[in-house]
Design a protein around this ligand. Structure first.
Ligand code: 5AD
Ligand code: SF4
Length: 463
């Protein structure tokens, strides 16, 4: 009987994609996927190191492993992803119940390592040595993306496609460059071919992924391909309805990209452009080489070129040395931009980063918490206001499935579906009995009510 594998994914979209690709590879290698971890012969944790909180959640799972293995002899446990690369052999020592530790740059080896352990081998370590010196992607790793399963009709309506790996920006707080390696862009033809196959298999929305996606630059046979050109090439694929990309970096975001966003019909009017802070002093300490004025000028340019540009941001509060005045400047920036939504994080020192080495984590926890809540409240007010303007409008929605959040006071949550507009606004609407028919489809919804998080509407007609 085939061994069953269960993968638990923590962290960002890149990890979700890695898990999907690994699952596909394992299926091709004779494994089956288990719906529940309890029914699995192999459990895989795909981990995130970006904040301590993310690591703590994984550590809780690892703490339970020894007991689980005592109850289910033969269970194989693998920890993959960013924590694997960051902590490597230490994890194998600390958690003897762990069988495999495999970094994100070695995922193509995972299937073989699982087989080895199932055949009786002891603990296996696969992390990338001298990761920052690696200038090329091993063929096997690229092959994980290239050989992605895209049988006709097998794909969901939405998919992620990697355009580059790693990050070279070295923001002082960030662990990513040391666990994901240098920026390496994938060949244009690999990306275009992957999207084409996904679209042929039924995908209508593609999100291109990169830590700093607009830094995409592929040196082909004789010339360099920019991110704007990539957008145009991918956006030209017939039957692709929506093209998104995350996450953007405020430096190197050229006018060409905004032009491509405005001119290529598939490209959505959505931009996730983290500022991280509204204080010039803190931005400098974060090693983010732009000023608030430059950031605002970029937003202004985008809004002038891309109609209805919808913006999302990331902010870190409580970075070392952040004063009340620095924080007020962040609040001011959030108000000045008018983001659709913001992801707000409390600074978490990451071992090995420049900030953790050189700067004292001197903002008390309760101050971080208060600033976090204050900024959330400011953003909530802005989102509420922006959402109100949608009342009476009809929007195009890509239906994702049954809704978890329903309109207040409505008993018929079961009949509500959720999806997103082109600008990434969440829409919930009544569609009793139509979940199977509409999931993965584009529909038109007339907005009748709104909250800070959601637009509520009524189905008009399939688009
Ligand atoms: N502490 C808090 N937030 C962080 N981020 C990255 N590193 C840290 C850290 N050490 C946030 C940034 C980034 C997002 C993915 O996570 O805002 O954009
Ligand atoms: Fe981390 Fe900065 Fe790179 Fe983003 S751009 S992954 S925050 S180092």
């Amino acid at each position: 009987m085939a061994a069953k594998v269960h993968i638990t994914t923590f962290g960002c979209q890149m990890n979700k994609l890695d898990s999907e690709l690994v699952a596909g590879e394992l299926l091709g290698d004779g494994f089956e996927l288990a719906g529940l971890a309890d029914a699995a012969d192999v459990v895989v944790f795909n981990t995130c190191s970006v904040r301590q909180h993310a690591e703590n959640r994984v550590l809780t799972c690892l703490g339970r492993l020894a007991k689980q293995k005592a109850q289910r002899p033969g269970l194989v446990a693998a920890l993959v992803g960013c924590m694997a690369q960051r902590q490597g052999a230490e994890l194998l020592l600390q958690f003897p119940a762990l069988d495999i530790v495999c970094g994100p740059g070695e995922l193509h080896r995972l299937s073989g390592l699982i087989k080895k352990v199932r055949a009786g081998a002891s603990q296996q370590l696969a992390v990338t040595e001298r990761l920052r010196a690696r200038r090329e992607v091993p063929a096997g790793l690229e092959e994980l993306d290239v050989s992605r399963r895209t049988a006709k009709g097998s794909c969901k309506a939405q998919a992620y496609v990697r355009v580059m790996r790693g990050c070279d920006k070295f923001c002082s707080y960030c662990v990513v460059p040391s666990v994901r390696g240098r920026e390496i862009s994938r060949p244009l033809e690999h990306v275009v071919d992957e999207v084409r196959r996904l679209v042929e298999a039924g995908c209508i929305e593609i999100t291109l992924l990169g830590q700093t996606v607009n830094s995409y630059c592929y040196s082909g046979d004789s010339r360099e391909v920019s991110f704007a050109e990539l957008l145009r090439k991918v956006g030209a694929i017939a039957a692709l309805e929506r093209l998104r990309f995350v996450t953007s970096y405020p430096i190197g975001f050229s006018e060409d990209i905004f032009r491509a966003m405005a001119e290529v019909p598939a490209v959505c009017n959505y931009l996730h452009l983290p500022a991280q802070s509204g204080s010039g002093r803190i931005l400098a300490a974060m090693n983010r080489p732009y000023t608030v004025r430059q950031y605002l000028a970029l937003i202004e340019q985008g809004r002038a070129i891309v109609p209805d540009l919808s913006l999302a941001g990331d902010f870190i509060v409580g970075f070392p040395g952040e004063s009340e005045q620095d924080f007020e400047e962040t609040v001011r920036l959030v108000r000045a931009v008018g983001y659709k939504n913001c992801f707000i994080f409390k600074y978490s020192p990451r071992p090995g980063t420049a900030a953790a080495k050189r700067l004292k984590d001197d903002v008390p926890a309760e101050v971080k918490r208060r600033r976090n809540n204050e900024l959330l409240a400011v953003q909530e007010e802005i989102s509420r206001e922006l959402h109100r303007a949608f009342i009476g409008q009809t929007v195009e929605v890509l239906v994702e499935g049954p809704s978890k959040s329903a309109r207040k006071g409505r008993a018929d949550r079961r009949h509500q579906l959720t999806g997103r507009t082109r600008g990434d606004h969440i829409v919930v609407f009544d569609a009793s009995g139509k979940a199977d028919e509409l999931t993965g489809k584009l529909v038109h919804v007339k907005i009748v009510d709104t909250s800070a998080l959601t637009l509520f509407g009524e189905l008009v007609a399939p688009a």
